[in-house]
Ligand binder design. Structure first.
Ligand SMILES: Nc1ncnc2c1ncn2[C@@H]1O[C@H](COP(=O)(O)OP(=O)(O)O)[C@@H](O)[C@H]1O
Ligand SMILES: [Mg+2]
Length: 408
């Protein structure tokens, strides 16, 4: 199969490109070549004789831009000269054909009202079900267009159900599962290194492309998916949680508005490789935008310097907490309960969703050990849990819990 000179799809990619099914579901591991095959598929569609409206959707702006840029590069290699616009959002025109790359943010609000001949969703298991089923699929109705969902698995959500349907049907819905090592270009050393850095379960999901059930998983996929679709325009106070980076990990910041009875995630970010002073600086920069009444920071093993630096930089409401096993348990249980009971609206940040998905409770002699486990970080989860803990109980009457030490 020659699509693009000098580019040869591997066997798995060939199978995907050869299928003519209306819906294709491709579940594979990291570094399999998902974004690559998506870009090839887009280039092929844009170069076909009939004009095509192609939409590339991904959980985040950055992820959507990756596929967009690779499709653009393929088109250039093929000698095509598309016109490209990157702001406000990536758009490419080639003759009468057009490609948009868009994030699935805000429940797909930005996507409504279009028609498309081909819709491709990169990291589809991280895009809320309703965006795919209720927003994207109808866009194909008039054109008889095609849908392709490509992703690493994330539990047994809608992506899994469509995968299963493909295994049973195979005509209207085509599906395939393929681990990372089916990409012949991937080095076994790299795979071995990844395996040694992760829990076995994480490796099975992220590289083995397995749909595992929820044993050991603290935050159920359905709670998280529902939390992405909640529409809360909460009034009320703003609080934040900070997890400082220690060695290899990330500094994470979460900002919430509302109360424990109902809250909304306003911001979740993480940064890696910063010095202590840079960490403080970037956290302060972001906190200033939100003016939180309470900021909880994990000060376990760090002492007071970072906290004092925050306070000295105009964040007077910063409090440090030391993680004991019992406190961590309470913190995580509170977050899990808020999600289970639909009291927290999340943002579809793919890294946050990945961290939530892999957050495990491992039974030990001294009770459950709660963590991201192995190589998948849990910094965003901890920052989020700290922010959730900092929320006042009730929205109304501005019940201030700040100043009260709840640690322990
Ligand atoms: N058919 C191919 N030919 C050449 N390189 C490829 C091919 N498929 C994937 N790659 C390379 O393998 C790496 C992983 O591909 P990528 O599409 O980013 O994987 P994924 O999206 O599955 O994580 C990239 O460096 C990509 O350029
Ligand atoms: Mg990719």
């Amino acid at each position: 199969m020659v699509l693009i000179s000098g580019w040869r799809p591997h066997l798995g990619q060939q199978a995907f490109l050869a299928s003519e099914a209306a819906v294709r579901v491709l579940a594979c591991g990291r570094r399999w070549g998902k974004t690559e095959v998506i870009a090839a598929e887009i280039a092929r569609a844009l170069l076909s004789n009939a004009p095509k409206q192609v939409l590339l959707v991904a959980p985040s702006v950055e992820q959507a831009a990756l596929g967009f840029e690779r499709a653009f590069a393929f088109l250039q290699r093929l000698g095509a000269c598309p016109t490209v616009r990157r702001t406000p959002a990536p758009t490419l025109c080639l003759g009468d054909s057009k490609l948009w790359a868009r994030p699935a943010a805000r429940g797909g609000m930005l996507l409504r009202g279009r028609k498309a001949h081909l819709i491709i969703v990169d990291e589809a298991a991280y895009v809320p079900e309703s965006v795919v089923l209720e927003t994207l699929m109808p866009m194909l109705a008039d054109t008889g267009g095609k849908l392709a969902l490509v992703s690493t698995p994330r539990g047994k959500n809608y992506f899994y159900r469509l995968y299963r349907q493909g295994q049973e049907d195979g005509v209207r819905i085509w599906s395939m599962r393929s681990p990372s090592w089916h990409n012949p270009l991937l080095s076994p050393t790299m795979l071995q290194m990844q395996a040694s850095m992760m829990s076995a379960r994480q490796f099975q999901v992220e590289y083995g492309a397995q749909f595992l059930d929820e044993t050991g998983q603290v935050f159920r996929t359905e709670w998280v998916d529902r939390a992405l679709l909640l529409r809360r325009d909460t009034e009320g106070l703003v609080v934040a949680g900070v997890d400082w980076a220690r060695s290899r990990d990330y500094t994470a910041l979460a900002v919430l508005r509302g109360a424990r009875e109902g809250a909304q995630l306003l911001l979740i970010r993480r940064w890696q490789g910063l010095s202590w002073s840079e960490q403080v600086e970037i956290v302060v920069q972001h906190l200033r935008l939100y003016n939180p009444i309470r900021v909880l920071c994990d000060r376990t093993g760090l002492g007071d310097p970072l906290l004092e630096a925050l306070q000295a930089s105009g964040i007077p409401h910063a409090e440090g907490v030391v993680f004991t096993r019992a406190f961590k348990q309470n913190l995580i249980e509170n977050l899990a309960l808020m999600l289970e009971q639909g009291r927290l609206q999340l943002l579809p940040d793919p890294e946050l969703l990945r961290e939530l998905h892999h957050f495990e409770a491992t039974p030990t002699e001294r009770g459950a050990r709660l963590q991201g486990g192995g190589g998948v970080h849990d910094d965003m989860v901890i920052a989020l849990a700290l922010a959730a803990w900092a929320l006042p109980e009730l929205e109304r009457g501005a019940v201030r819990t700040s100043g009260q030490k709840r640690n322990g």
